[in-house]
Design a protein around this ligand. Structure first.
Ligand SMILES: *[C@@H]1O[C@H](CO)[C@@H](O)[C@H](O)[C@H]1NC(C)=O
Ligand SMILES: *[C@@H]1O[C@H](CO)[C@@H](O)[C@H](O)[C@H]1NC(C)=O
Ligand SMILES: *[C@@H]1O[C@H](CO)[C@@H](O)[C@H](O)[C@H]1NC(C)=O
Ligand SMILES: *[C@@H]1O[C@H](CO)[C@@H](O)[C@H](O)[C@H]1NC(C)=O
Ligand SMILES: *[C@@H]1O[C@H](CO)[C@@H](O)[C@H](O)[C@H]1NC(C)=O
Ligand SMILES: *[C@@H]1O[C@H](CO)[C@@H](O)[C@H](O)[C@H]1NC(C)=O
Length: 543
């Protein structure tokens, strides 16, 4: 751990002011990730409040805590002019808003906006993932740890002490977390990869730093459960997500960079990062700028149109133009995650060294037609492990996973986020998609070149196959499969071949877009009086 005295602090800040380019050793791509994201966030900063305004433009100028923490970290990394002082102001504000009553389940959590009422008063009921979000302890807490590790020489001693108290409380509060099948209660099982990795880290780091042996032990024990689960199939339980694979990798890099050799997290981190990238290397399609499906939890159907955290890693490794981001990423759907960029930038070079060389070389050039397969397991929601098969070709990918789960919508119990069977193709105008909207708790798919078969083992005469299909710039009239741009779709199976076609649009149609994406809804029902196992086959050929 670093020592900080006032003299050192004074000198460091002078040095910071003097240096024109912060982090001269950073790679060019990591540096542009830091600089561009900070330039964007600067325009959202409200110095009077000491917080960033909420990015969504869907609120009446309220502020937001989590992105403010990330921005504060970015200010420390940049350290120009008053940056350091503004960072401290933000950090102190955030800690003032941290829940302080150990009797509350949300103890040690950070408020989501400074304007919100105190959680738990009669007019503001505690609602998990509503009025409080348990994962924010990890999001904000790990940011504070990075600030302490990288920039404690820029932070005054009283604020450092405050940060450590805050981390102690956040870690204690995280100890209240538990897995539960009830969707209205907490869901932190070790299989919930992204927050569980952050929780173990925060406990292991804070315990060591504060010499709280029990806290350290508890972090290590929790990490053991995560690692054992990973080691079953060398995959994350929460698998293949443009957003959450990015968070899990962030957490695993924290394990690697900031924990000592005696930690099992440090010991396991390199191989977990490598294995995760081996999968990413086979699923990422550099030509189509997408990770082929299936996606356990997704915020969209095309990574070229929503901002994914994986894209920030791609940017820092192979350049922005080789990632799936547009020139101004803040315009993309789900762009609030862009605020995480300063942390990713500072971790990028450590992270890149852990990515297998053969994978790095595959990130910019399509390696040719291939099939990926893997197994993943998310207990207790998965009754048995899920089996994934993805076929990737130059301009068409097909990926699907088998599953048998307790609830609808995958382990996250979210039908709009779970995409168990996905087809993507390049129309020449855009990356188009076809995704099975999950309406069953089990699926047996078969993926092969140009062919996808979907079978519902528990299906009935009431089952439907609801296929969410993207819109086409050059084809505004879609009356049937024949109008689908660039892909010939031939449907067979025991379904009623008379499908229903509707549109889901921002401005009209039968229903609203999913994850900001407008789509055509091709839905197949079973024939009247159907008995048997519902099954549909799609023959898929580019045209
Ligand atoms: C930490 O929690 C204690 C109660 O256990 C509270 O008194 C204290 O103010 C909290 N500290 C911070 C920094 O929020
Ligand atoms: C030690 O850690 C465990 C597990 O997190 C916790 O339940 C227990 O209360 C802690 N004991 C003490 C003395 O802090
Ligand atoms: C993007 O990828 C190409 C190879 O396809 C490479 O030549 C170029 O250097 C990459 N850009 C950056 C910024 O790394
Ligand atoms: C995945 O494959 C394993 C091994 O063959 C099998 O035991 C398991 O049931 C399969 N999962 C599903 C959901 O079919
Ligand atoms: C698609 O339309 C069908 C009706 O034809 C409806 O039951 C289903 O919920 C719709 N699916 C989606 C994802 O909107
Ligand atoms: C599906 O289409 C059929 C005939 O084309 C129609 O009778 C039926 O009401 C439609 N179902 C739904 C759910 O839209």
């Amino acid at each position: 751990m670093r020592v900080s005295s006032l003299t050192q602090w004074g000198l460091a800040s002078l040095a910071g002011l003097a240096s024109a380019t912060p982090h001269p050793k950073m790679s060019k791509d990591a540096k542009s990730l830091l600089t561009e994201s900070m330039d964007w966030m600067d325009t959202y900063y409200d110095p009077k409040a000491g917080y960033l305004y909420d990015f969504s433009a869907a609120v009446g100028l309220t502020h937001e805590t989590r992105s403010s923490a990330w921005y504060a970290f970015g200010l420390l990394a940049r350290n120009k002019g008053k940056d350091r002082l503004e960072a401290e102001k933000i950090i102190k504000n955030i800690i003032a808003g941290q829940a302080k009553n150990p009797a509350d389940e949300w103890y040690g959590d950070y408020q989501q906006e400074p304007e919100e009422p105190l959680v738990g008063i009669p007019t503001y009921n505690p609602r998990i993932y509503g009025s409080w979000d348990p994962n924010w302890r990890g999001f904000v807490g790990t940011t504070f740890i990075m600030a302490m590790e990288e920039y404690s020489h820029l932070i005054s001693k009283p604020t450092q002490d405050l940060i450590l108290q805050s981390l102690y409380n956040a870690t204690k509060g995280d100890e209240y977390r538990f897995g539960n099948l009830d969707p209205l209660k907490d869901n932190l099982y070790p299989a919930y990869s992204n927050p569980s990795i952050m929780r173990a880290f925060m406990s292991g780091w804070t315990g060591r730093r504060l010499k709280e042996a029990n806290m350290t032990r508890s972090g290590e024990a929790y990490a053991k459960e995560i690692i054992d689960l990973f080691d079953r199939h060398n995959t994350l339980s929460e698998f293949n997500s443009g957003t959450y694979t990015g968070v899990s990798l962030y957490g695993l890099v924290l394990w690697n960079k900031y924990l000592p050799k005696d930690s099992i997290m440090k010991q396991a981190s390199a191989r977990m990062i490598q294995d995760t990238w081996e999968s990413v290397g086979l699923l990422w399609h550099p030509g189509m700028k997408n990770m082929a499906g299936p996606w356990d939890r997704s915020y969209g159907y095309d990574m070229n149109r929503y901002l994914s955290l994986m894209a920030l890693w791609f940017w820092s490794f192979v350049g922005k133009e080789n990632s799936s981001l547009i020139e101004n990423p803040s315009i993309m759907s789900h762009s609030a995650d862009y605020a995480w960029a300063p942390l990713f930038a500072i971790l990028a070079d450590t992270h890149k060294k852990l990515v297998p060389k053969n994978v790095l070389s595959k990130l910019t050039k399509f390696q040719g037609e291939h099939t990926f397969s893997a197994t993943c397991y998310y207990p207790p929601f998965d009754k048995v492990p899920r089996n994934i098969t993805s076929w990737l070709s130059e301009k068409l990918t097909i990926g699907a996973e088998s599953f048998d789960e307790l609830f609808l919508g995958g382990a996250g119990q979210n039908q709009a986020a779970f995409n168990p069977a996905v087809v993507q193709w390049d129309t020449g105008d855009e990356i188009a998609f076809l995704s099975l909207y999950p309406t069953e708790t089990a699926l047996q798919p078969v993926v092969s070149p140009n062919k996808l078969t979907l079978t519902y083992p528990y299906g009935t005469a009431g089952s439907i196959f609801s296929l969410v299909v993207g819109t086409f710039t050059a084809k505004r009239v879609v009356n049937s499969w024949a109008d689908v741009q660039g892909l010939d779709v031939k449907v067979s199976g025991n379904v009623d071949l008379n499908y229903n076609l509707t549109f889901a649009g921002h401005y009209g149609g039968a229903s609203k877009p999913l994850r900001d994406f407008e789509f055509w809804n091709f839905t197949y029902h079973m024939p009247a009086g159907f008995v048997g196992t519902p099954s549909i086959t799609l023959d898929l050929n580019l045209r």
